[in-house]
Ligand binder design. Sequence first.
Ligand SMILES: Cc1cc2nc3c(=O)[nH]c(=O)nc-3n(C[C@H](O)[C@H](O)[C@H](O)COP(=O)(O)O)c2cc1C
Length: 175
Amino acid sequence: MSGAIFFSTKHGSTAEYANWIGEASGLPVFDVNDTNADPSKYDFLVLGSALIFYKLTIRRWAKANLADIAHKSKILFSVSGAGDSPKLQRWVAASLPEKLLSKMDHVALRGRMDPKKLNWALRLIMRIGAFLNPDPRASKEERVGFDYVDRSSIEPILKMIEQHQSKFAPADMPN
Ligand SMILES: Cc1cc2nc3c(=O)[nH]c(=O)nc-3n(C[C@H](O)[C@H](O)[C@H](O)COP(=O)(O)O)c2cc1C
């Protein structure tokens, strides 16, 4: 029984987390835009997704591959500016079909945003968002950016992968 990591990123931090998880667990890592990213070959899946404008960027790929992934055990890691909260859980739930949400453990990781690396349109949207945001801390983050990327935050995911691997390990062969 085997597993693999499939990720969707816009600005790179989800790819960074996916590669760290791949390095530490030995699981293969695929960008969902890669035509070789075929989830039907694997028994359990680690799905990583950026969260942009309240939605998971992996949602279209997840829907397109629903038949291959719905029945499999899955770990989802989301990468967002917001930390784990009921609000984040709502955004995640609204991004994916109900069928996928069962049989899936979710770990919320935090990403980074550097306004200088965004194109002018996104920078403008961020500035308007910052101006309208009533939460002073979130408003500042939208204005000047943030970096919460932390390699140690993948630890719970590595433990979950170990549990999946031991669950799926072949039974000891009789002598
Ligand atoms: C255009 C844009 C929209 C974003 N929208 C949200 C959002 O709705 N909620 C949130 O928590 N973080 C939001 N973020 C922060 C991203 O989730 C964060 O930058 C994350 O690291 C993106 O992952 P990536 O680097 O893999 O693309 C947004 C960032 C950008 C650039």
